[in-house]
Design a protein around this ligand. Structure first.
Ligand code: ATP
Ligand code: MG
Length: 418
């Protein structure tokens, strides 16, 4: 079906890549998210191209080019704007098992569009002729705000259960209603989500959390049973707790996935590490989120209590303090308790004042260091660490003590006692 009335703003670099391929006789179209989003009125940079040229041909025609996903036929081509565009050879699925697909190269665009998941993702646009190829009526679905599988929904989900999560993400992100037969098939496929690899679930979850508002998609995760299937730890939250969890997540900027993740996983209590391990987050990511969760568990100090503010900073870690205050803040706002908000603002002010004064809150802030203590005759090791901690305790209680002479005396007295 040709729809000549649609005309999109194609980046010059994309048109250049398509032109070169077409000049060599290879049909080339723009497909996927960039077309969908452009039709919805939001431009984005990552235009993906689908071409009849085989990967080795693409590599020969464009230098430099990069084998981004060579096993899927995807080559990265640097455009004249320096952006790397993904150019993928037309493909057709020949075998699928719900987790992986065996694909072969195809000659025709139509084959390639038929293996795509949803009609709104299966619209092709010719970057030079400004022609639309939309055999699955994705444009009509976009107009009606409808999410619909390409082909038989039950088959399509069974081919790749990740499509269940992708569907929930797209429906939430673009406020699409899920068409009835797609929704029924999706619900039937949900129990199979547990078969997906942790890595793919993680990548999907991070995409959900990267949307300006994550709550519509997360709410669909819950409404469809995907939460129960993937994160049973979160299944026990009642409607009110879930509602305020979503409110808190949306209040955090989309550019801070680790903060949004902390709110989500921490809402189950002490299960954060289990969920992160299951979804194959790296050790570093897990440490970050666990640190933030610990900070969130640390009640904020009384507003007038500077000593408590310093203790809080020591326990949370000054480098995490702003994030922790932010998390406390959005959590309280989402609970819609105004008195709590006001109190929290006071508590946060006390903490920030301590930071601005440069109050000592870590060993590194002390006016003495390990070498000074060694000169007093202390052996490096646990004892020395304990004396430094004791110095920090003393200085937190009274920052005026944070002077070399006073601290050395104090350390000596501890040493003589011990
Ligand atoms: P976004 O990048 O905003 O997540 P997108 O539509 O670009 O959205 P990608 O994951 O980048 O999504 O995939 C590009 C295109 O590839 C999709 O639009 C879709 O046509 C197709 N696609 C991706 N993953 C699948 C899948 N699991 N099954 C079928 N088609 C898929
Ligand atoms: Mg994309």
């Amino acid at each position: 079906m040709t729809k000549p009335d649609v005309r999109l703003e194609v980046p010059d670099a994309v048109a250049d890549i398509a032109r070169r391929l077409e000049e060599h006789g290879y049909e080339t179209w723009a497909v996927g998210g960039a077309i969908r989003d452009a039709l919805l009125g939001s431009a984005r940079a990552d235009w993906d191209l689908a071409t009849a040229a085989r990967p080795e041909t693409v590599r020969k025609l464009f230098r430099p080019s990069y084998p981004i996903g060579i096993q899927f036929g995807t080559i990265g081509v640097r455009g004249t704007d320096d952006y790397v565009y993904e150019v993928t050879t037309f493909r057709r699925d020949i075998e699928t098992d719900g987790r992986h697909a065996v694909v072969e190269y195809a000659e025709a665009l139509e084959d390639d569009l038929a293996r795509r998941d949803f009609t709104v993702n299966a619209i092709a646009y010719h970057p030079l002729r400004h022609e639309v190829r939309d055999p699955h009526d994705g444009i009509a679905d976009l107009d009606r705000r409808l999410l619909r599988c390409v082909g038989d929904p039950a088959l399509r989900f069974a081919e790749d259960y990740l499509r269940v999560l992708r569907g929930l993400r797209f429906a939430g992100r673009y406020e699409l209603e899920i068409e009835d037969s797609t929704w029924q098939a999706l619900l039937a496929a949900v129990p199979n989500l547990a078969r997906l690899s942790g890595e793919r679930v993680r990548e999907e979850l991070l995409k959900v959390l990267a949307a300006p508002a994550a709550s519509p998609s997360l709410d669909l995760y819950r409404g469809s049973g995907a939460i129960d299937a993937l994160f049973v730890e979160l299944a026990g939250l009642d409607a009110e707790a879930w509602g305020s969890l979503l409110g808190s997540i949306d209040r955090v900027a989309a550019g801070r996935p680790e903060l949004r993740l902390t709110l989500l996983f921490d809402s189950a209590g002490a299960e954060t590490e289990t969920m992160m391990a299951r979804t194959r987050f790296s050790n570093a990511e897990t440490r970050t989120v666990l640190g933030l969760a610990r900070a969130l568990a640390e009640p904020l100090p009384e507003p007038a209590d500077a000593v408590a503010a310093r203790r809080w900073l020591r326990d949370v870690g000054p480098e995490r303090a702003e994030d922790a205050l932010l998390l406390h803040g959005v959590r309280s706002e989402a609970r819609d308790a105004e008195t709590e908000d006001a109190r929290l603002a006071e508590q946060a002010r006390a903490v920030r004042e301590a930071m601005e004064r440069g109050d000592p809150v870590t060993i590194g802030d002390l006016a003495v260091d390990g070498n000074d203590l060694k000169e007093l005759g202390l052996q490096p090791g646990p004892d020395l660490g304990r004396v430094l901690e004791a110095c920090l305790d003393a200085v937190i209680a009274d920052p005026a003590l944070n002077q070399r002479k006073a601290l050395l005396e104090y350390a000596r007295s501890l040493h003589d006692e011990g």
